[in-house]
Design a protein around this ligand. Structure first.
Ligand code: PLP
Length: 500
């Protein structure tokens, strides 16, 4: 195999960046995202050869196609995968449940990792990758000669805890997570602040999530601070996160195909477009998926694009029942646009980079871009979409709970996906629908309780809350309070802690 390299979506030249550099830098220097210009193809016999593989074996087969063995050997890659998924509570890592056999509706449970959210699937692996690369770079070095990384991120909930659990205890890495005081759920705060590892630091900032995110952006833009402390990111634009997520598309495809011959559709609750983009790669590699269906809440920029071909910001972010999908723009969508433009408008990688670069600055200044008709046609060949509002989200949680033989409880993000699945099933029932479940319902107690309280026999404590999460409330919290949403105050706190 020729070595696999990566290029920026906004560049008119191929920088041929290594996997290691793509992962460790996160964002390209021109502001673009890293993509492999050629998507590797599956071996012709993969449907037979891979169908009985474990999750870990599939992960190895897939990741191997995207990472040159000169960068990570077979033994090293297997070890990284084994360790990353040993923290999951399910042997299958991402098990598939039958939700309604009569409708060919399946649920792919992605929440069996340490923080009970789908982001663990990627971040457990990314944390180990960071450690692996740093260890190699620091081999034989002592003290100040060692390369260190200071990961700084803002969270409104799920990302922060998944990043903390991915990076806890990793050598030469410190992680600082900012969150708005009093504005994340108690369980989410407990998950982040009860971790005892010395390299984990939570900053509770008096302000909003947007304030936190602004501060993080400014920290990244602060050249001097960056050079001194080597600020790193693990947000959803990191290529390794997309890569690690491909595995469960294959795994669930095989599980469901053993039960039914119908074509398979994936339905994915989407925000930043990272989760479903992994499905696009799987499909482009040759996984015979019929369609990828985007499920959004009322922050529906993706649904509107699929309907109109216009990718357009709409006013302010709306606070919904599914907060992890409350976004104005889906950052990973840029990657899909690059492929669509490259495959249709121009067959030239570099020209595609030029077009994307223009589009992205246009999006920033005017708030919208309009794709060529052939780009939209290509998008619709692989994707379909639907937006679901809060009323329907709550009703879906209730409807599944009351009709499922075991009173299955959906989290609100998963419910957006199920509502979407059900309306597609009503239009086309001759398909298997794999609906991705992105979080455990205990993480979103307020919405789940609002939908289910009062139903005979329902109890959050007994029916929903896992003992492990319940136990968190008795643990000691470590919080650094920042009494003002101020860049200077955050920076000096980080410096104080790092120099301690
Ligand atoms: C992050 C997240 C999503 C959205 O995933 P994207 O990759 O941003 O599209 C959906 N549900 C939950 C629970 C999440 O944490």
């Amino acid at each position: 195999m020729a070595s696999q390299t990566y290029r920026s979506t906004r560049s008119a030249v191929d920088q041929a960046v290594s996997f290691e550099d793509a992962v460790m830098t996160g964002l390209a220097s021109d502001g673009g995202l890293f993509v492999p210009s050629t998507i590797p193809q599956l071996p012709a016999s993969f449907l037979d050869d891979w169908k009985d593989c474990t999750f870990q074996e599939l992960a190895f087969n897939i990741l191997r196609l995207y990472i040159s063995s000169s960068e990570i050997s077979d033994t090293e890659l297997k070890d990284l995968i084994t360790r990353s998924y040993s923290t999951f509570r399910s042997d299958e890592v991402t098990p598939v449940k039958v939700l309604d056999k009569s409708k060919n509706l399946y649920l792919l449970e992605l929440f069996h990792g340490p923080t009970y959210a789908f982001k663990d699937v990627a971040l457990q692996f990314v944390g180990n990758l960071f450690e692996f690369f740093l260890k190699r770079r620091n081999d034989g070095k002592q003290g100040d000669a060692r390369e260190t990384i200071t990961v700084v991120g803002a969270t409104s909930g799920d990302t922060g805890s998944a990043a903390i659990y991915g990076l806890r205890g990793k050598k030469d890495v410190d992680v600082f997570i900012l969150y708005p005081t009093g504005r994340i759920s108690p369980i989410q705060e407990e998950q982040m602040t009860t971790v005892e590892d010395k390299n984990v630091h939570t900053l509770s900032v008096k302000g909003t999530f947007d304030d936190c995110q602004d501060i993080v952006k400014q920290v990244f833009g602060d050249k001097q601070f960056n050079e001194t402390y080597h600020v790193g990111a693990v947000n959803s634009i990191n290529w390794a996160r997309i890569l690690a997520q491909m595995t469960y598309y294959f795994y669930s495809y095989f599980q469901v195909s053993k039960q039914s011959d119908l074509p398979v559709r994936f339905v994915v609750p989407s925000g930043n477009f990272g989760d479903i983009l992994a499905g696009y790669f799987a499909k482009e590699m040759g996984l015979p998926a019929d369609k990828l269906i985007i499920a959004t809440n009322n922050n529906d920029i993706l649904d509107r694009f699929l309907k109109t071909g216009r990718y357009e910001k709409s006013g302010e972010v709306k606070a919904t029942y599914s907060p992890a999908m409350d976004i104005l723009i889906s950052s990973n969508f840029e990657r899909l646009l690059w492929y669509l433009v490259r495959n249709t408008v121009t067959k030239d990688d570099n020209k595609a980079g030029e077009i994307l670069s223009t589009w992205m600055s246009q999006l920033k200044t005017s708030g919208s871009i309009t794709a060529q008709p052939e780009v939209l046609v290509a998008a619709r060949a692989d994707f379909d979409s639907q937006a679901v509002d809060d009323v329907e989200t709550g009703a879906t949680i209730k409807n599944i709970y009351t009709t499922h033989p075991e009173n299955y409880v959906l989290d609100p993000h998963t419910a957006v996906g199920i509502a979407t699945s059900l309306s597609f099933i009503a239009k086309d029932s001759k398909k298997n629908y794999i609906s991705l479940s992105t979080a455990h319902p205990a993480k979103f107690a307020e919405v789940v309780n609002a939908s289910l309280s009062g139903i005979d026999g329902y109890s959050f404590e007994d029916k929903v809350l896992p003992a492990e999460l319940k136990a968190l409330s008795t643990k000691e919290k470590r919080i650094n309070l920042i009494d003002e949403a101020s860049l200077e105050k955050v920076k000096s706190k980080i410096i104080e802690i790092l120099n301690h």
